[in-house]
Design a protein around this ligand. Structure first.
Ligand code: GLU
Length: 259
């Protein structure tokens, strides 16, 4: 009798706990349960992620993309915590789960795809450079042996090292220090995506000019931690595809004066 009772108790425990199977929470479940989306964004890459001088809040194209995603995933575009990242910290922010995702002018590259997963691209930029108006530099071939400011960890840094190996690279850890150094004349040029350079030109419209050619194609996408289940990636792909189809991306381009 005792044995039968024991057997019944063990059996019911198994049934209650789902036969010993653990339910593993996906990243998507975690976001929904927390009822808050934690997003890594730039704070000095105008017009994608930057601090508003009036409110002090981070705004921009990438911030609006984050709000659209929050609305879709948890039903409220305000339930977001923004964490400032730089090109050098954004991958670690994702792999260490400090953030659920990074939306920060981040280009999809094969090297980065080894470390993190990406959604479908939501924007395509291209790399170019800014020089002073009176400079004799008009193309990338004129940049040989010149000094070029880049932000460390960017595709721009890598491309310049490959394309112009004899250029003198002057590296900074974020865009505010890089642009400040460029304004102070610490190098002949600054190179990164045309989008970010246009943001600088919008605020500093005299004395500088952008080179006409683009030396790369930079597809921006949402970066997330790699995992076995693809639920979050699939959800993001659906959202990005819809944003392109329903005109959201186009109206954000207009709002932030992008092409
Ligand atoms: N989009 C390029 C990259 O991901 C350059 C701009 C940036 O770093 O934010 O490296």
């Amino acid at each position: 009798m005792k044995k039968i009772l024991c057997f019944i108790i063990i059996l019911s425990l198994f049934i209650i706990t789902g036969c010993g199977k653990k339910t593993v929470k996906t990243s998507l479940d975690k976001i929904v349960d927390r009822d808050l989306l934690i997003v890594g964004v730039s704070s000095n890459s105008k017009p994608f992620g930057f601090k508003s001088t009036t409110t002090g809040n981070i705004e921009g194209f990438d911030v609006d993309i984050a709000r659209y995603i929050a609305k879709d995933l948890i039903g409220n575009e305000r339930k977001i915590e923004f964490v400032e990242v730089t090109p050098n910290t954004r991958i670690e922010a994702v792999t260490s789960s400090r953030v659920d995702m990074v939306i920060a002018t981040m280009t999809v590259t094969p090297q980065r795809q080894f470390l993190i997963d990406f959604s479908q691209p939501y924007y395509i930029a291209g790399q170019t450079a800014l020089v002073r108006d009176d400079s004799d530099i008009f193309s990338f071939s004129d940049l040989k042996r010149k000094s070029i400011i880049v932000v460390l960890g960017t595709t721009a840094e890598k491309n310049i090292r490959n394309i112009i190996p004899n250029a003198k690279i002057v590296g900074y850890k974020d865009y505010s220090s890089a642009f400040q150094a460029f304004k102070e004349g610490k190098a002949d040029a600054i190179s990164t995506d045309d989008t970010i350079l246009s943001g600088f030109l919008a605020d500093n419209n005299t004395g500088f000019r952008m080179l006409k050619n683009r030396i790369s194609r930079e597809p921006y996408a949402v970066g997330i931690k790699q995992q076995d289940d693809k639920k979050l990636k699939n959800a993001l792909d659906v959202i990005v595809t819809r944003m392109k189809k329903d005109g959201t991306i186009n109206s954000l381009k207009k709002k932030w004066h992008l092409h």
